[in-house]
Every structure is written in C-alpha cells, then in structure tokens.
Design a protein around this ligand. Sequence first.
Ligand code: BG6
Ligand code: MG
Length: 217
Amino acid sequence: MNKGFIFDLDGVIVDTAKYHYLAWKKIADELKFNFTLEHNEQLKGVSRLRSLDILLEIGGMNKTENERIRLASEKNKFYLELIKNLDSNDLLPRSRSFIIDAKDKGIKIALGSASKNAAYILKKLGIAHLFDARIDGTMVSNAKPDPEVFIKGAELLSLKPSNCLVFEDAQAGIDAAKNAGMKCIGIGSSNILHSADMVVGGLDQISVLEALNILKN
Ligand code: BG6
Ligand code: MG
C-alpha cells in the first residue's frame, strides 16, 4: 500500500501537552504574569524558541537573545524533570494499538514532531521501533505551520504528500499539514481546531479504516 500516516507526538500519542504547559507556566510565574490554558493553545505544536517568543508576547515582555536562550533552556529543564518518570502508562488511549493496526494494514508510519526531545520520549514509551521514519525538532529549520516537518516525513517514507494523512492536536500542526498538501485529522475539539478534514477527541474515537477513507476522498 502506498499510504502513510504521520503522527504528531505531544498531545496525539502521549499525554505530554500538560507538562509543556506546566513548564511554561513556571517560567511565566517567575516573570510574574498570568499564563492560562487558553493562552497555551497558541504554543501547542510550535518550536521551543518560538513558544518562548509567543509567551513573552503574552506577558508583554522583551528579552535579550542571551536571556531568551537561558529561559528556553530553563523551561526544558523543568519539562525534563516533569517527564522523567514517563512510561507506557502515559500513552494516550489506543495510540499504540492504532499504530499497530495501521502497520498491519501495510500503512507506513512516521513521526512528525516539533520536539527536540522526541527520540528520548519514544524510547521511554517503548514505541520507537513502530516508526518507519522520524522527523523531529532536531531535523528541521522551520517550525510548524511551515510544512517542512511533514514534507520531510513523506520523503523518508518515499510517499507523495497527497498519500499521507497527518494526526495533529495543534492548530499550527494542522496548518503545517495543509501547507504540505496533506489531509489531516485534528485531535481535540472542533471549537479550537479549524480546517482539519475531521476532528476527533482522540485516536480511540476513529478506526484505521475510517482514517484511510479520509485519505481516499
Ligand atoms: C511540540 C509541542 O510537540 O514540541 C510544543 O506541542 C513544544 O508545546 C514543541 O514547544 C517543542 O518541544 P521541545 O520538547 O523541543 O521543547
Ligand atoms: Mg502536539
């Protein structure tokens, strides 16, 4: 079969989105401004440094380049501390079996994540071997909504973008999939996610065959 599924990591496969939020909130607390879950939607799917810039905009702050690098690395320290005990219990419902079902049907599987921690997280979850290709934040120069991460994923799978279906929980990621010329299933709420071909609450709310149908339409 010449079809591929490209999965975002944080918030699609594993429940780490809450830890990214908590780590950024700690930075906002230190800088003494309010950072809400609603604000956090703007950071989802976005690279670490771009997330920091959005956070500073929300707080109405300017920081020097050195200070930005320090804050981003401090956030990552908090984040790594929060995920140090991550294991397969943190996988989102059905994410592992959904990927296995898709593989059994001959669908190629890639990861398309903005995270520089992706390889470490996949290893902790014990699912690294399920992926035919991995593109993460260490391999791209342009953050979502730029399509680079998904275009490279399709290339590694030797598939045309139109034969790839992306699973994304962030608006920036859905925009990246669309910019790559790919169909996209939004994971979350249709009140928040726009322009996906379908939005479901999680991978436990859709079958592999239903997902494949979206790719065929
Ligand atoms: C994305 C997350 O998957 O990765 C963002 O949705 C995060 O919240 C981004 O900022 C970069 O992650 P990391 O692990 O490289 O800081
Ligand atoms: Mg995500």
